[in-house]
Design a protein around this ligand. Structure first.
Ligand code: IDP
Ligand code: MG
Length: 162
């Protein structure tokens, strides 16, 4: 007989979320973690790291033709980044909603960037933009053993089970 969490385990999606050096330096780690946590998403991996520039270039490889690519990779590798994997129904798409538009001037109030950032190059947070990038980014930043599968006691109150 499958337990509730085992039913979910097969279905639940995961996304990669990172608090960039500006978010860390500004003391926004708890604020950002809190928004994902209160929503009902589950934290399955977290670590603080200073990525190398080469690593930043891998992370942002899709943007290598853009004029801001070099500055972006310099910035991401300039200090500590909090790398996370969050799990939950619809977490990839809804995570992007919590984050808000790329340019904080266009992010809605109530979103992380809308509430907490001003400049596009200092928009404090990264979130995977789709299932393929989520998979690739999780694999780039984490070893499988760093991802922790567990049952949250709140799950039965967050999802419609039984
Ligand atoms: P996203 O972070 O909302 O997914 P992307 O288009 O993937 O946005 O760009 C990655 C990051 O590059 C952005 O979060 C932002 O920090 C930076 N960026 C995007 N567009 C610009 C720009 O026009 N000037 C400077 N930095 C930019
Ligand atoms: Mg992106």
């Amino acid at each position: 007989l499958l337990q509730d969490h085992q039913l979910h385990a097969a279905e639940l999606e995961r996304t990669f979320i990172a608090i960039k050096p500006d978010g860390v330096q500004r003391g926004l780690i708890a604020e950002i973690v809190s928004r994902f946590e209160r929503k009902g998403f589950k934290l399955v991996a977290i670590k603080i790291v200073v990525p190398s520039k080469e690593f930043a270039q891998k992370h942002y490889h899709d943007l290598k033709e853009r004029p801001f690519f070099n500055g972006l990779c310099d910035f991401l590798s300039s200090g500590p980044v909090v790398a996370m994997v969050w799990e939950g129904e619809g977490v990839i798409k809804y995570g992007r909603k919590l984050i808000g538009a790329t340019d904080p001037q266009k992010s809605e109030p109530g979103t992380i960037r809308g509430d907490l950032a001003v400049a596009v190059g200092r928009n404090i947070i990264h979130g995977s933009d789709g299932p393929e990038t989520a998979k690739d980014e999780i694999a780039l930043w984490f070893r499988p053993i760093e991802l922790v599968s567990y049952t949250s006691n709140a799950e039965k109150w967050i999802y419609e089970v039984n």
